[in-house]
Design a protein around this ligand. Structure first.
Ligand SMILES: Nc1ncnc2c1ncn2[C@@H]1O[C@H](COP(=O)(O)OP(=O)(O)OP(=O)(O)O)[C@@H](O)[C@H]1O
Ligand code: SF4
Ligand SMILES: [Mg+2]
Length: 332
């Protein structure tokens, strides 16, 4: 981009029509595609946090991993700072700028490695120091950023509590000086009492290091605090995307309405405005997704059209994207 104006408008990450299918063995030499992510599009501005929510199995982790090219996307494009990630060398460069913090701090860190080596490994892989002294200093500075002290450096991951392990995981993710981090339910395995501390740390690190986050969670309350905007997924599809407050105060998609009405709301006015919708029926299998709107088997507003035609994910009000044939009608 040539001028400053365009630079400001250009998102850091653009996801266009991303699909991630897995071939599943269904019998003798037969496979079927499991559509874990099925045509999602959105963008994230520099310094923004986009929350990504939805029930278990809807494709949040898969979406995060495909965006980072940890899986080769089945279809679609990932655009970083205006440039499509296309070649192996693009992927290599992107990996220095985009990284992931995992859900389970117990299984994602090698218990036989010391904290210093866990944090130092990405520095080694990307040859990010010119002397052992510099390597040591980088590791200690990263530890300090996440609230660990130098005495922790020679200890092993298995000696730590969940919260401390997650700090180690975050320091490791920060080692390459990324500007984009996919945070995959980074607090859901932690005790409720320390979840807020770790979330606050993500907030502070974002300020200090100008980070951009895709913050995955199934708990809507966790993402509300940290997110600027929130995207809601259902069965591999994106059903709604809006400013975080708007999603809570006036959800437009029937599925979002159901998710929100399941969350206790302290404000009675908001509670009244959000008519209670409870979800009935099981989530269909992503191996056998319903025709038309993926939510039609559980949606109280479904009509015949919903069974046949896939609703387009479109901007129905400024900044509000919804995939529902009846969105305007049921919200007017
Ligand atoms: N490597 C894989 N091979 C085959 N199927 C997979 C693979 N990874 C995920 N899936 C399937 O893809 C779908 C989406 O899974 P994913 O882990 O992305 O969901 P999720 O939204 O992160 O769920 P959770 O909230 O439980 O973490 C699921 O049906 C899952 O079984
Ligand atoms: S398109 Fe139809 S089934 Fe899907 S959410 Fe809208 S009303 Fe419900
Ligand atoms: Mg997941």
């Amino acid at each position: 981009m040539s001028n400053e104006m365009n630079n400001q408008e250009q998102p850091l990450i653009e996801v266009k029509h991303l699909k991630q299918y897995f071939d599943i063995n269904t019998g003798f030499f037969q496979t079927k595609p499991l559509k874990a992510v099925d045509d999602i599009s959105f963008s994230i501005r520099e310094g923004e946090t986009l929350g990504l929510v939805g029930e278990s199995g809807c494709g949040k982790t898969t979406a995060g991993r495909s965006i980072l090219h940890l899986y080769k996307p089945t279809a679609g494009e990932i655009i970083y700072r205006g440039k499509k990630i296309a070649t192996k060398s693009d992927i290599r460069e992107f990996r220095k700028k985009a990284t992931m913090v995992f859900q389970d701090p117990y299984s994602s860190l090698d218990p036989r490695m010391t904290v210093a080596d866990i944090i130092g490994e990405p520095l080694d892989i990307h040859k990010m120091y010119s002397s052992q002294e510099e390597r040591r200093e980088r590791i200690l500075s990263l530890m300090e950023h996440v609230g660990l002290n130098s005495e922790h450096a020679a200890r092993y991951a298995h000696e730590f509590s969940g919260g401390q392990r997650q700090r180690v995981g975050i320091a490791r993710a920060l080692a390459v000086r990324p500007d984009f981090i996919v945070c995959d339910e980074p607090v859901s395995a932690l005790d409720v009492s320390i979840q807020a501390q770790v979330i606050n740390m993500f907030d502070e690190l974002q300020e200090k290091m100008n980070l951009t986050y895709l913050f995955i969670a199934h708990d809507l309350l966790v993402v509300r605090h940290i997110s600027d905007r929130i995207a809601v997924m259902y069965l591999g599809h994106m059903v709604e995307l809006a400013d975080a407050d708007a999603i809570y105060e006036r959800p437009l998609h029937p599925y979002t309405k159901a998710l929100i009405s399941a969350v206790p709301v302290p404000d009675p006015k908001v509670a009244k405005a959000n008519k209670r919708i409870s979800l009935t029926g099981e989530i269909p299998s992503p191996l056998n997704t319903p025709s038309g709107c993926p939510f039609h088997t559980r949606c109280p507003y479904a009509t015949d059209l919903c069974k046949e035609a896939v609703p387009v994910f479109e901007e129905i009000e400024k900044g509000r994207f919804v995939a529902c044939h009846r969105a305007k009608e049921i919200n007017s």
